[in-house]
Design a protein around this ligand. Structure first.
Ligand code: PAN
Ligand code: ZN
Length: 188
């Protein structure tokens, strides 16, 4: 039985942690096996202490259409080979559910994909980014400090990671020849 939520306020501290939160996710390289282009660099990172890539602090709400779920992501700086640290990325299980991101700290990119189309937009402190219905989304930290953002999405959206684990994203964001490069995955 779902519980009707009460009004809530929460705060986001200086490192991006939402408090109170009812669930926390911490993803290390080992939880993203196969998602980075460079398998040797991934293996080296796993041998070298399996670094923490990102953390998510969420205040869970009932999984129903009228609800909104607030959460923050702290995406650490780093790379696997040339490829910047990134989130796994997902479609919403209910594909027609949109989402809003609000950048709080750091310098990143939001990679969006839908049916072969792809867009990569900048996400930094002060950016409001709209993830439209039906678009897969992943964030990438292209800076040297944590990328922190607030996300708000529908209670019943759900997360489909399996499609991304199989298909990947059509764009990759790399540090190559001293510059941030966005390339088609096939030409990287
Ligand atoms: C975000 C993401 C969060 C972590 O809150 O869930 O940044 O990324 P992954 O879920 O892809 O691991 C969001 O888009 N929620 O719907
Ligand atoms: Zn989402």
């Amino acid at each position: 039985m779902s519980v009707t939520p009460r009004p809530l306020t929460a705060t986001i501290d200086g490192r991006g942690e939402l408090s109170p939160a009812t669930s926390t996710v911490r993803r290390h390289v080992s939880q993203m096996r196969g998602m980075y282009l460079d398998a040797d660099a991934e293996a080296a990172a796993l041998r070298d202490g399996d670094p923490l890539v990102y953390e998510v602090y969420q205040y869970d709400m009932p999984a129903s259409v009228g609800e909104l779920i607030p959460c923050t992501t702290v995406l650490h700086p780093g790379r696997i080979g040339e490829e910047f640290f990134m989130t796994k990325g997902h479609y919403h299980e209910r594909r027609d559910r949109a989402e809003v991101y609000y950048g709080l700290q750091g310098e990143g990119r939001l990679v969006l994909a839908r049916e072969g189309a792809a867009e990569v937009v900048a996400l930094s402190a002060g950016t409001v980014a709209y993830v439209p219905p039906f678009w897969a989304h992943r964030t990438v930290n292209v800076g040297e400090t944590p990328l922190v953002f607030l996300a708000v999405y529908h209670g019943d959206a759900g997360h489909d990671y399996a499609t991304i684990e199989t298909d990947g994203f059509p764009r990759v964001v790399l540090w190559r020849d001293g510059a941030i490069e966005v390339l088609s995955r096939d030409e990287a």
